[in-house]
Design a protein around this ligand. Structure first.
Ligand code: G3I
Length: 300
């Protein structure tokens, strides 16, 4: 196959990208989007600050633009993200306790209901675990509403959109380490108690290398009975093409790794733009990393 999406589809997988609504008028950007990718994640437009800027007042115009552009071009959509301690609207940042608990569950219900039936998978909760060696939760006003806030969010999302797969998503969880083991233990607990969780996203914001145990890490999660996906891939550094190939192969080696999403199209579209971590140059040319990914997908 000659495109990323078609090459991934040979094994029943998808190849996606993050999309910014403000770039949908850029013809170079849209041409690459429509040619290469068959899954889309809104980079910012479905987050809490974007969708509920004032309490109880929901705005979906930018998220809908991304969704409609994707669907009308035959692509599916990953929802990102219902709850995250960053990009909370100011009114929620100032809340705590049972008020916040009610507001956050209402947010999950309203947004998942608005997009009901249109989302392949939702990142229900994003980045709730602490960095470092504790393996525990990150402190945030969401966490301070009670340790069961994550399962409450997953239950609310399932009730609002029973067809969407429900994912937990995080970074620095790509290899086997204390943080990924903390997430692993939560997923194992959720599966044992019937909390609705279907998938785990591994962001994979990397430099130079994929963790050598990335395949083993994806596999141990898959063995819990969830799908896994690479959700925000970008890789800086001189070994970029090899590292992209390694991430691709790690996913292809795990049956339940259902797809890969890169976090933007051209280097100039990236949140790490100074590091040129993506598959296309600023002018839209394919980089060696692009060819490494395409070759790995075609070989798999
Ligand atoms: O929309 C405003 C604009 O009105 C304003 O003039 C401008 C001035 O700074 O800011 C614009 O908002 C920015 C927004 O991106 C849209 O461009 C925010 O400042 C900026 O903070 C925001 O950054 C996003 C970041 O999440 C926020 O934490 C990045 O685009 C986005 O790529 C990044 O994505 C996250 C994932 O959601 C979760 N995992 C990590 C990943 C990278 O940080």
């Amino acid at each position: 196959a000659t495109t990323l999406g078609a090459a991934a589809a040979q094994s029943g997988r998808y190849y996606g990208t993050a999309v910014a609504a403000g770039k949908l008028g850029d013809s170079t950007y849209v041409n690459i989007l429509n040619t290469e990718f068959n899954m889309v994640t809104a980079e910012n437009e479905m987050k809490w600050d974007a969708t509920e800027p004032n309490r109880g007042q929901f705005t979906y115009s930018s998220g809908d633009r991304i969704l409609n552009q994707a669907v009308s071009n035959g692509k599916r959509v990953r929802g990102h993200a219902l709850l995250w301690h960053q990009q909370e609207p100011g009114w929620a940042q100032r809340m705590e306790g049972s008020d916040l608990r009610q507001a956050m569950l209402n947010h999950v219900t309203q947004v998942a209901t608005h997009y009901r039936g249109k989302i392949y998978a939702w990142d229900v909760v994003n980045e709730a675990f602490a960095d470092g060696g504790s393996g525990g939760r990150r402190d945030s006003n969401l966490q301070r509403t009670g340790n069961d806030w994550i399962e409450a969010a997953f239950r609310a999302a399932r009730a609002a959109d029973p067809a969407a797969k429900l994912c937990y998503n995080d970074y620095n969880t790509d290899g086997i380490n204390a943080k990924s083991t903390g997430v692993y233990n939560m997923v194992r607990d959720f599966k044992s108690r019937g909390v609705p969780i279907d998938c785990v996203g591994f962001q994979a914001h990397l430099t130079n290398n994929a963790p050598s145990d990335m395949r083993a890490n994806l596999q141990r999660f898959a063995d819990l009975g969830v799908d896994v996906q690479i959700t925000e891939l970008d890789i800086a550094g001189a070994n970029q093409a090899n590292a992209y190939a390694a991430v691709t192969k790690a996913c292809l080696a795990v049956t339940r790794c259902t797809g890969i999403t890169v976090w933007g199209i051209r280097d100039t579209d990236s949140w790490r733009r100074g590091e040129n971590p993506l598959l296309f140059t600023g002018s839209g040319a394919k980089k060696p990393a692009y060819n490494a990914v395409l070759d790995a997908l075609n070989a798999g």
